[in-house]
Design a protein around this ligand. Sequence first.
Ligand SMILES: [Zn+2]
Length: 126
Amino acid sequence: MSEIKKLSVTIASSSSANMYTVTFIVENGVLTGQCNCKAGKFNSHCKHLFGVASGRATVDWEDHDNYEAIGRLLHHTEFRAKAVDVDKLSIELRELQSKAKKLDDQIKAIQKDVCAQINRGVPVNI
Ligand SMILES: [Zn+2]
């Protein structure tokens, strides 16, 4: 008979006062995990589950042993490397968002200048 191992950690929401529980279960040599947040319940993109799996979550001290145990179960996976990929892509995204904001500001400044010139009156040859 196979031992069933259950490990849970509590994660604080980054956008609200909500707390979510990420639970990993090992049964018959297979590890599954789920979060009880709205996205997690629908097996959708859940940053809490990703955070725990990739080792980037912040957990309470009382959950530290479970968090470490989950990390040991997943140490052979590529999830830690995926967290590095996400970090790099997040930095690139922030840089692009910053550049997009600057370009949008430039576009609006040009449009505003042209409209102001036309409002004031532009000399033309007729
Ligand atoms: Zn979640």
